[in-house]
Write a protein that binds this ligand. Structure first.
Ligand SMILES: Nc1ncnc2c1ncn2[C@@H]1O[C@H](COP(=O)(O)OP(=O)(O)OP(=O)(O)O)[C@@H](O)[C@H]1O
Ligand SMILES: [Mg+2]
Length: 236
């Protein structure tokens, strides 16, 4: 398989076509953004950490019977992935109150939620990725009722697997964002990335943040934290 032209460049990754029609080549960039790109910095080493963390997590999920777009890691910063048609949706799971949930609803950050709360967001930077209801998903034609059910079921399954995975390495999975797509065969699969950019990860003992909130809130250098997450995952 060889790399061909650039298909899409986002804030965190570049997607390239390949000589295989159903396979994309993704390169993880060293760019960090927050607030829909309002804050933007180049951080050396971030791309390779997120690539390695995502690759490891997708492999662990596969071992647990959860398929994704991930095919294989190609290099420190690169992966081969199945090309899918993305749902214009972000699916967020919250196990613990934090971030916009705490701010919008006035729930103290760090409060355990009695059950995992699933939320849909519209993937639309111009609209600032707004929170939307199931009926919004239907009325905007983003997914069918059956697909919503499938997305929710898969998301809960992924949450259970990830909570267990992170608990083993002494990390509390506070919340995270998933993206899904449809393969050419019509199957819904987990896509995009799972990394400290897309999850809130708190050390179980100290509550220290091991994720992008440290960048969002200017609390320090994220590289040692992402490295810590990778090191712990590698020990598994
Ligand atoms: N397997 C896949 N096939 C096709 N597109 C994918 C796949 N996995 C992820 N994508 C899409 O590729 C892009 C990845 O780039 P990146 O994460 O940098 O985007 P972004 O800056 O977050 O912007 P946005 O997600 O709003 O496009 C995303 O748009 C994501 O939805
Ligand atoms: Mg992204």
């Amino acid at each position: 398989m060889e790399k061909r032209g650039l298909l899409y460049e986002g804030k965190a990754k570049q997607l390239f076509e390949t000589t295989e029609p159903d396979v994309l080549w993704v390169t993880y960039k060293n760019q960090a953004t927050a607030g829909n790109g309002a804050k933007k910095e180049t951080i050396a080493g971030k791309g390779q950490l997120n690539n390695q963390i995502t690759s490891l997590i997708f492999e662990k999920l596969k071992d647990k019977g959860i398929p994704s777009h991930f095919i294989k890691q190609l290099s420190d910063t690169d992966q081969a992935i199945k090309k899918v048609s993305m749902f214009d949706l972000e699916v967020v799971v919250r196990n613990v109150a934090a971030g916009s949930f705490s701010k919008r609803l006035g729930v103290e950050e760090g409060s355990d939620l009695p059950f995992p709360v699933l939320e849909f967001y519209l993937k639309n930077d111009d609209l600032n990725d707004p929170l939307i209801t199931d009926e919004h998903v239907l009325v905007l034609g983003l997914a069918s009722a059956d697909e919503i059910r499938d997305l929710k079921e898969k998301t809960r399954q992924i949450n259970d697997a990830l909570i267990n995975l992170f608990r083993k390495i002494n990390i509390r999975l506070v919340d995270f964002k998933l993206e899904f797509g449809k393969t050419s065969a019509g199957a819904i699969v987990l896509a995009d990335e799972i990394s400290p950019d897309t999850c809130r990860l708190w050390d179980l003992n100290t509550n220290n943040r091991l994720d992008k909130d440290v960048f969002r809130k200017d609390l320090g250098d994220i590289i040692p934290l992402y490295q810590e997450v990778l090191d712990r995952l590698t020990q598994l």
